[in-house]
Design a binder for this molecule. Structure first.
Ligand code: PMP
Ligand code: GLN
Length: 381
């Protein structure tokens, strides 16, 4: 079989998690919490799992009750007028399906899609599977914020879409109002769409606020905004997310969604709807994750890793040159997993061409005791 993605191997997240399991390493590689969702949510799931009639297909765009609550949450969180649940919100099988549905809906063969690198590993391959051409623009170290002039230089008459991700995986960078204004100015003369991956929307630290594309009217008018209950409720295994977009764009997403998965698992949607009205959980997340970032940062001071700033997300980049001066990041990440018993992700996995900056990514969405145990293993390197 002639592969459609001949250069693509198994996702680095699966590779590192498997290696971590084989080696008995502490897994700070793949991004997922080692704690469970809030008990009100798991109780709600248990209840709905026992409720007759909650086991068949949900409505294609998502349970109306859940979409109404997503709308209210969005208005409350971003001070915007509530998106219309009937025409602007689609519940998807994680942000992953939403990404894929948006790309399939808008990218035609030969269309260019601007991707700021480093980027989440599915972006490039998912674009190419639509026949699209990813146009990569590097984000500059150490803050990983876009150089909008470079982005402007990448725009062409073929540009169909630009993908942005804030807070950013893997760097934690957070876009500001100025960034969104610059993006809007760049796009004003074009007909390009914006795909805004905001799955880490509730993980922004040090008093900074997440700025959503939904808060910028010109961008919102051409934007697909994605979030993930997996991140917000410590439930990555539930695979429930959503896409908010204006009615005409939502209609196109749904054309794909109905033939991709048709609908999302029913009991999980009911359970999420039961808890979403209470803002306490997600409003506590910035503090919850800032404490973890700060604890991990403090613990890592006893090691020879040099941490980069992480203003958002649950990821932390680190240089390892003091430990292994000339080692490439893939070799180092493997060795760290096998020899030190701590699994990390090499940042080169987030570049289409494997650009190696000598950085590895730690996930700090872990119990404090897990972070302590990991740092203890890293101290003697
Ligand atoms: N986008 C980014 C930037 C992510 O880090 C992730 C989670 N790994 C996703 C999308 C996918 O989210 P989900 O698990 O809801 O499919
Ligand atoms: N988003 C997670 C990460 O960046 C992984 C998701 C996955 O394994 N597909 O680690």
């Amino acid at each position: 079989l002639a592969s459609k993605l001949p250069d693509v191997g198994t996702s680095i997240f699966s590779v590192m998690s498997q290696l971590a399991t084989e080696c008995g390493a502490i897994n700070l590689a793949q991004g997922f919490p080692d704690y469970d969702p809030p008990q009100v949510l798991t109780d709600a799931l248990a209840r709905h799992a026992q409720t007759p009639g909650h086991h068949q297909y949900a409505p294609m765009p998502g349970l109306p009750r859940l979409r109404a609550l997503i709308s209210e949450k969005t208005a409350l969180t971003y001070g915007v007028s509530a998106p219309n649940p009937d025409t602007e919100i689609t519940v998807t099988s994680g942000a992953t399906e939403a990404l894929y549905a948006v790309l399939a809906a808008v990218v035609r063969p030969g269309d260019e899609v601007i991707v700021l690198e480093p980027a989440y590993d599915l972006y490039g391959p998912a674009i190419r599977l639509q026949g699209g051409v990813p146009v990569y623009v590097p984000l500059a170290l150490p803050d990983f914020l876009p150089d909008w002039e470079r982005v402007a230089a990448a725009i062409s008459p073929r540009t169909r879409l630009i993908m942005v991700n804030s807070p950013h995986n893997p760097s934690g960078a957070v876009l500001t109002d100025d960034d969104l204004n610059a993006l809007a100015d760049l796009l004003a003369p074009t007909e390009a769409f914006v795909l805004s991956d905001e799955v880490y929307e509730h993980m922004v630290f040090d008093g900074q606020q997440h700025r959503s594309v939904l808060q910028h009217p010109e961008l919102a008018a051409r934007g697909f905004v994605l979030s993930s209950f997996g991140k917000t409720y410590h439930a990555t295994g539930w695979k429930v997310g959503y896409c908010i977009a204006p009615p005409l764009l939502t209609a196109e997403v749904r054309r794909v969604h109905q033939f991709l998965t048709f609908a999302v698992s029913t009991p999980t949607q009911h359970a999420l709807a039961d808890v979403l009205a209470n803002a306490d959980h997600y409003q506590s997340l910035p503090g919850f994750y800032q404490q973890k970032r700060d604890l991990f940062g403090e613990l890592m001071r006893a090691t020879r890793f040099e941490l980069l700033p992480s203003p958002g997300s649950y990821f932390q980049l680190a240089r390892y040159q003091a430990i292994a001066p000339n080692e490439d990041d893939v070799t180092f990440a493997r060795r760290l997993t096998q020899e030190a018993g701590v699994a990390v992700v090499p940042m080169s996995a987030f570049y289409h061409d494997g650009t190696d900056h000598g950085l590895v990514r730690f996930c700090f969405a872990k119990k404090d005791e897990t972070l302590r145990a990991a740092a203890e293993r890293l101290r003697n390197l």
